[in-house]
Design a protein around this ligand. Structure first.
Ligand code: NAD
Length: 254
């Protein structure tokens, strides 16, 4: 289980649902994990717990993925502290439901800034230090909502941001293959985390609707997504570049 020993992995949004499950699995496999998040309380708690209970180590670093300067400075700090950054899990994200005729530009701008511009800025700044070190792996987070129109919830800014992340993944995979940086994405289906509360998880009828649209007849768990992400980081996925891999219980093909 310690096959990731010696790897330095940054997890943006690492204090939240899918991010924290992934940080946990990475540390359980021996990696040095950087929990990079806006939330210091949850991030510090998570890092201390992982360091105490796993073969790996973890540290919390404050990060707002919309702030290019903060990201660049974190990348440089981590290179000074650890020598390099091997892996980036580009995971921080937000969502707000709104019928499009009522969608404010503020919500649109905020959603694109965190989900799409944030993914670009993190890829650029951590890609820079990976390129200088001879390579790395990036796993972005798209969504089923970036690949088809989901329902009954309505959140066009989120959908467009996640479609953008899918194309960012393909483009960077091609551009950075010569730099030995492998770029792929996971596209989670409906996954049991706090973000899902914002789009309807508190309503049993909506959850039943989502489950009914999913061939496996369930919500995904954060650990399901973490396992796919760790596969994409691992050498077992060395032939994969530019994939947007749906981890969705069959939702996309139903
Ligand atoms: P979550 O709300 O549990 O976690 C999100 C984390 O991101 C939180 O810890 C939050 O503090 C952090 N974050 C938010 N804005 C940030 C910023 N500007 N800078 C740094 N960190 C920030 O949600 P989650 O379900 O774990 O979502 C993780 C990713 O998975 C998101 O990109 C989300 O869009 C995507 N996703 C989730 C689902 C799902 O059903 N849960 C489905 C598809 C895609």
């Amino acid at each position: 289980m310690e096959e990731f020993a010696g790897k330095v992995a940054v997890v943006t949004g690492g204090a939240g649902g899918i991010g924290s499950a992934t940080a946990t699995l990475l540390a359980q496999r021996g990696a040095t994990v950087v929990v990079a998040d806006l939330d210091p309380e949850a991030g510090e708690r998570m890092a201390a717990e992982l360091t105490a209970t796993t073969p790996g180590t973890a540290e919390y670093r404050h990060l707002d993925v919309t702030d290019g300067r903060e990201i660049g400075s974190l990348a440089d700090t981590l290179v000074s502290a650890h020598g390099r950054v091997d892996w980036l899990f580009n995971n921080a994200g937000i969502v707000e439901n709104s019928p499009t005729l009522e969608l404010s530009q503020t919500v649109w701008d905020r959603t694109i800034a965190v989900n799409l511009t944030g993914a670009f800025l993190c890829a650029r700044e951590f890609g820079r230090v990976m390129a200088a070190a001879g390579g790395g792996v990036i796993v972005n987070v798209s969504s089923i909502a970036g690949l088809k129109v989901v329902h009954p919830e309505i959140h066009v800014a989120y959908d467009v941001s996640k479609a953008g992340v899918a194309q960012l993944t393909r483009t960077l995979a091609v551009e950075w293959a010569p730099l030995n940086i492998r770029v792929n994405a996971v596209a989670p289906g409906y996954t049991r985390t706090p973000i899902l509360d914002a789009v309807g998880r508190t309503d049993p009828a909506i959850v039943a609707d989502w489950v009914g649209q999913t061939p496996q007849q369930r919500l995904m768990e954060p650990a399901d997504i973490a396992a796919v992400v760790c596969f994409l980081f691992s050498d077992a996925a060395s032939a994969l570049a530019g994939h947007v891999l749906a981890a969705d219980g069959g939702y996309m093909v139903y």
